[in-house]
Ligand binder design. Structure first.
Ligand code: SR1
Ligand code: MG
Length: 452
């Protein structure tokens, strides 16, 4: 039978018929149902008790196709099982950073979750120049806990292998294999190029044996390194924030993969935000954006953020450097705090078990040496993935609002050129870069080289 999205009355009747949900919503006689999804894959609704608006939940349903492309791109509805499994697992590890699952229906492929009433999508906040003082602390905690506790550094080998099997996510991983690691690096028909972006900037990546072999290696690692349960799509659109809290949403791409893929996705998106400040800091940037139907939400989100009391770092146009500094500071702090928290968890659990992953440590230096080498290699892997992620958002089909909301093609091309040059350096130098501070210096020098 052909899939039909649930009507408001069907969804309302469904929610009221599940006793636990009805109780949660204060036994509503009327629910307001609003479809609010702006992601590429699923339908998302807010369901709110009309008489008690604080009683509200999020409903997410997976249609049997990719929402972005419609019925011409069929996609397993079982992705919802991966998402629910990951939400539950991550919530157990990090309850303060993952929304609660109230109900899941494996027949209808839907999940009912905690509504984050005072939070907004991080990408929108960054475009508006909002400072989130606890972001780096929260995201480094989320990453350290989720990546460490899913891995062989914590789990018994048999438990970990069962977890790998349970998280196999063939179709969504294939999307990443194609859209992140393959199509952007060839002249694929699904790619979308800004006409003002010089072809030479694109072809220098496609025609570089060095770049293409590193990307090949990153794809191989993505497909073969079953290190831990990943979120799998940890860009700034998968994070909801306010001044005090940070939540990670949308783990439908979850699978057992390489740790650096999640960290790299986040750092890449902070770099995209950094390079796109040229537009978002212009005095008229948000006035223009707010006239565009696709960006009406920006104004609403800004109003919400201001009500929340979140600080606006800079009046647009007045203080680009300060907000760019803050963005790079988030990138460096997330990595540095992650490294120290991950190392701390590792030491704590080895100490508790009184045994090391590497076996006996006769000199008391060997375990520390292995941890240091592991984290050095993880930084290199992270930067390689960050490079791939930046290129896909510039050349590939699924783009990011930080860049697509720049209406002036020439400005957009300059931002895209910086992003591609930064990605190229990350790809070529990911093994020789010794610290995250070097990445911040690289971003600053690229910003200075390709001036307006
Ligand atoms: C075709 S789906 C495009 C992208 O949307 C998701 O957020 C993932 O990033 C995926 O690659
Ligand atoms: Mg998503």
């Amino acid at each position: 039978m052909e899939f039909e999205a649930m009507s408001s009355s069907e969804l309302s009747a469904y929610l009221r018929a599940v006793p636990a949900l009805s109780a949660l919503l204060d036994d509503p006689d009327e629910l307001d149902i609003a479809e609010v999804g702006d992601g590429n894959l699923n339908f998302v609704y807010f369901a709110t008790n009309v008489r008690a608006p604080a009683k509200s939940v999020v409903v997410k349903q997976a249609p049997p196709f990719l929402r972005l492309a419609g019925k011409t791109w069929p996609l397993t509805r079982h992705r919802m099982e991966r998402e629910v499994g990951a939400l539950r697992r991550f919530a157990a590890l990090c309850p303060e950073h993952v929304p609660k699952v109230f109900h899941a229906d494996s027949g209808l492929f839907l999940v009912v979750m905690q509504r984050l009433m005072t939070h907004r999508i991080l990408r929108q906040g960054l475009m508006d120049g909002v400072v989130y003082p606890r972001l780096a602390d929260h995201m480094s905690t989320y990453l350290a806990h989720t990546l460490f506790f899913g891995s062989d550094l914590f789990l018994a080998p048999d438990v970990k292998k069962q977890a790998v099997r349970a998280s196999i996510n063939v179709e969504l991983c294939k999307i990443t294999e194609d859209l992140v690691f393959t199509y952007p690096f060839e002249d694929h028909p699904s790619n979308i190029y800004n006409p003002a972006l010089p072809r030479t900037e694109i072809e220098r990546l496609w025609r570089s044996p060095k770049v293409r072999s590193v990307v090949g290696e990153m794809k191989w690692t993505f497909m073969n390194a079953a290190e831990t349960l990943l979120h799998g799509d940890l860009h700034t659109g998968s994070i909801m924030v306010n001044e005090d809290e940070t939540y990670v949403i949308d783990p439908e791409f979850a699978f057992y993969g390489p740790m650096g893929f999640d960290i790299g996705a986040l750092l890449a998106n902070l770099l995209l935000a950094f390079f796109s400040r040229e537009w978002h800091d212009r005095p008229d940037a948000h006035a223009v954006a707010s006239t565009m139907a696709a960006h009406q939400a920006v104004a609403r989100d800004l109003a919400t953020a201001t009500k929340e009391g979140a600080q606006i770092a800079s009046a647009p146009g007045t203080d680009r450097i300060r907000y760019q500094d803050w963005l790079l500071d988030q990138m460096t702090s997330i990595w540095n705090q992650f490294e120290s928290k991950f190392d701390g968890l590792w030491r704590e659990h080895e100490g508790r078990r009184n045994s090391h992953f590497i076996g006996d440590d006769f000199s008391n230096d060997c375990a520390a040496a292995f941890r240091a080498r592991f984290l050095k290699k993880l930084l290199a892997q992270t930067l390689g993935f960050a490079g791939c992620k930046m290129v896909r958002r510039v050349l590939g089909m699924a783009k990011v609002a930080d860049i697509t909301s720049i209406p002036d093609e020439a400005v957009r091309a300059r931002v895209e050129t910086r992003c591609l040059r930064c990605a190229e350096s990350l790809l070529l130098e990911h093994e020789s870069i010794g610290s995250i501070e070097e990445v911040a210096a690289l971003a600053r020098s690229i910003q200075a080289t390709f001036r307006a």
